[in-house]
Every structure is written in C-alpha cells, then in structure tokens.
Design a protein around this ligand. Structure first.
Ligand code: GDP
Ligand code: MG
Length: 443
C-alpha cells in the first residue's frame, strides 16, 4: 500500500527538521503511482501531487509524527478537502414536495438507487414517492415498481397501454400526484443509454425543465474508473446536476472516480451505494473514501494514535512538574496547553461533550480561538523571566506588557489572574487524582 511504500521511502528519517527536496520528490512519485492505481484521472493526479508537494515543502516535521506519517496526513487532508470536506446534506424544498431527479447512464444504478433513497428517506420519517419516468426500456417501469414495493413506498407509473408514453408528462404528472397526495419527497427515475447520447440528454433536460427539481443527482458507477470524468462532464453540460451519487462501491473499485469527478466538476458526492440490498446505502463520507483511494486506513489510525499519545505525553510532563510540588507550572506551559486545546477544536463544544465539564461551558463559551491569539500575543510580550516566574509581573511590568502586545492593561490582568487560577487547579489535580469524569486528563 501507499502507507507501506512511503514508510520505506522515509526509513531512518525520524527527527529531521524539514523534509528535503529529494524526500518530497520520492514521496510525490509514490503518491502518483497510488492515485493512478486507484484509477484517478491523470490531470487530477498532476494537480493533486503538485498541491501536496507544495504543502510538504512548507511544513515542519512535527514532534508527534515521523516523516512518512506526516506526508500521509497531508495527503489525506487534501483528499478529504477535494472530496467535499464535510458530508453534503440533501436540501429540502421550503414548500413540499422536494423533487429529486436522478440522471446517469443506463446500468449506472439509478433505479436501484431510487428505491434505496426512498427507503432511507422513509426511515427518517419522510413520505417519499417514486416516479417511473424511464419509458425507454420495456421493463424499466416494472423494475421500479418491484423495488418500490420492497421499500414499501408508493410508485407513480404511466397507465399501461397508453402507446409509447411521454416521460416528461409522466414526470410532471408524478410531481402533481405527490403534491395532491401529500408525499413530501418525489424521486424521479429517468432513462439512460449505454453511451453518451444527445437525444437522451435532451429528454433528461426536458424532464428537468418540467419538474424543476430541488436536487438533480448524477448517478455513476464507481467501477467505470477513468470514463467517469467524461461521462460526468457530459451530463453536467447536457443536463446539469447538484451532486453525485457513486454506486457499486461494493466492487473492487478503489474509488478514484470519486476524486476525479469531484475535482473536475466541483460537485460534491452526496451518497454512496454499495450493494444489491436496499439497505446498502449511506451518505458519502469523504474521509472514508480518502482512506480507500490511497489504501491508507491503517496508517491513519496509527497517526491518530501517535498524535494522541504525543499530546498526552505533553500533558503528563506538565502534571509531573506540578507533582514535584515546586509549583513550576509556568506561563509557557499555560500557553502551550492553550495551543494544544485549540488543536482539538472549540473549547465550549468539547466541554459540552465531556461529562462533568458542562458546568464550565458558560465560561468556555467566551473562550474562542481569537482569545487564544490574544493570550499568545500577551505572553509573547513577556520576558522569559516573567513567564517562568509570573509573580514578578507587577503593575509597571503589566503596563509594559500591555503596550508591547497592543492590549489593554486589564487584558494582562485578566490573563495573569487566569493563569494563577489554572495553576491552582493544576496543583489540586496533581494532588487529588484528576478531574472527575475527564478522560485523557492525567491524575
Ligand atoms: P439504471 O439503469 O441506472 O437504472 O441501473 P439499475 O438500477 O437497473 O442497476 C443496474 C445493475 O446494477 C442492476 O443489476 C443492479 O442490481 C446493479 N446495481 C445497482 N446498484 C448496485 C450496487 O451498489 N452494487 C452492486 N453490486 N450492484 C448494483
Ligand atoms: Mg433504470
């Protein structure tokens, strides 16, 4: 896997201050190979590798990770960012029904997906209706009816024996029917052909114009690899869509299509379909897909562990100092703890998640990132002696520190007070065996 190959590229490099140009080139080569093996389109690979090289050049090798882990971490973060960062949620119409239209090639998995999505929505308390607007294939309507029945949802289909049938009229009729019968979501299944086809593209855009969908989802088979980009682009130009659904992820495709499409079209992947069963379906998770594309799930777990252990070691060191009983907790320690906490995210959010900490939530609500910046500015204006021995910081020193950091004297006062409070708390924790219910805090 990529992780293994990077690890051997970097053998023996632990502790270097920065990655060398040669290390970065070697890394770039490995990432390139791994992406191509995962079937990512070449232009995407080129861009991606360039971005990772750029970032790797700028970064210090951290204390927590070895160089291979650090590069994998960068690669992972960049992948997740391209794949859409956060999971994209469905947008519901202000006035129901919400209309979702599916588009894609024949065999992509639209009809299967229609039923999966309907079941998923139903499980969340919605009342979806399926509309069979694929009148191209003889058995397409029946297939949707059968799937709809399995999912336990209503299917709107054209009256049998009405000649050829007009898919646009069926789609429009379906949405009207849903409005009348108070279904709050309508999923319109459409026809596709085996290849890109102007006539069918026109039909899909006519349906789109007729039903004015809130979401058009482009459904694509993850197994088609490199072809996915051309198909995705053609549907974007011919029909337009808001998000992508990847199907057949239960196969051995590594998911390069997801990366190529997301990067080339700028559209997020919203759902992932992974099997024949109606429940083989989930929201798309960029982080999981990133791990799959580069086959680096194990490495990511190791990285998380290494970082957690490192942070814990730092915290332990601070606590050990105090346990020594000399009250050595300094403003430098205070600052480095703030910075550690910032890495974890918003303090009040974290406090809300930790049992026993919610009592501090109000205090912490006022304690955001910018506040840490301010604290940092103030502490940086102190002399090393002041930081090591905060008792030195008298009135005239406070005035000087305030001036040097561009803050008010009251800010310096607040910070110093806070520091002494924190020190008191740390000392009692060091004596008393930890803070109740706070996992990860040394006791
Ligand atoms: P459509 O032509 O786009 O409507 O595609 P269908 O829904 O008819 O699916 C085409 C074929 O792919 C059918 O045999 C489905 O059972 C199969 N299929 C659809 N989704 C998946 C999936 O996520 N995994 C697997 N293994 N097969 C799928
Ligand atoms: Mg179909």
């Amino acid at each position: 896997t990529l992780s293994d190959r990077l690890a051997s590229t970097f053998k023996g490099l632990r502790g270097k201050g920065r990655l060398s140009e040669a290390d970065i080139d070697a890394t770039a080569r490995e990432i390139r190979i791994a992406l191509l093996e995962a079937d990512v389109a070449l232009p995407v690979v080129k861009d991606f590798v360039a971005a990772v090289k750029e970032r790797a050049r700028g970064e210090e090798v951290s204390g927590a990770l070895n160089p291979a882990q650090q590069v994998v971490k960068i690669v992972n973060e960049e992948l997740v960012a391209i794949l859409g960062g956060e999971t994209r949620r469905l947008r519901y119409a202000k006035t129901p029904p919400t209309v979702i239209m599916l588009a894609g090639l024949q065999g992509a998995g639209k009809t299967t997906l229609a039923a999966k999505l309907a079941l998923w929505l139903k499980d969340q308390g919605h009342s979806p209706m399926l509309v069979a607007a694929d009148l191209q294939r003889p058995n397409a309507v029946t297939q949707l009816q059968v799937n709809g029945e399995r999912a336990g949802v209503t299917v709107h289909a054209p009256e049998p024996g009405n000649g050829v049938g007009d898919p646009v009229a069926v789609a429009r009729g379906g949405v009207e029917e849903a409005r009348r019968t108070l279904h709050d979501v309508v999923i319109v299944d459409t026809a596709g052909r085996l290849g890109l086809d102007a006539e069918l593209m026109q039909q899909a855009s006519d349906i789109r114009d007729a039903v004015q969908p809130d979401e058009v989802l482009f459904v694509v088979d993850a197994m088609i690899g490199q072809d996915a980009v051309a198909t995705a682009q053609a549907f974007l130009d011919g029909v337009g869509y808001d998000a992508v659904v990847l199907t057949k992820l239960d196969g051995d495709a590594r998911g390069g299509a997801a990366l190529s499409i997301a990067k080339m079209t700028g559209k997020p992947v919203m759902f992932a379909s992974s099997g024949e069963k109606l429940t083989d379906f989930d929201l798309f998770h960029p982080d999981r897909m990133a791990g799959r594309i580069l086959d680096m799930g194990d490495m990511l777990t190791l990285i998380e562990q290494a970082e957690r252990t490192f942070d814990k070691e730092q915290a332990l060191k601070a606590a050990e100092k105090l346990a020594g009983g000399k009250g050595e907790f300094t403003l430098d320690d205070f600052l480095s703890q703030m910075q550690q906490v910032r890495k974890l995210g918003s303090l009040s959010k974290i406090a809300g998640m930790i049992p026993g900490m919610s009592q501090f939530k109000d205090q912490l609500d006022n304690f955001d990132d910018r506040e840490i910046d301010r604290i940092e500015a103030v502490i940086n204006s102190m002399t090393p002696a002041e930081r090591a021995n905060p008792k030195l910081i008298d009135g005239s020193r406070r005035a000087r520190i305030a001036k040097g950091s561009g803050r008010a004297v009251s800010d310096v006062n607040t910070l110093v007070d806070r520091f002494f409070e924190a020190r008191k708390m740390m000392e009692s924790m060091a004596r008393g065996g930890g803070m109740p219910g706070m996992p990860g805090m040394p006791g």
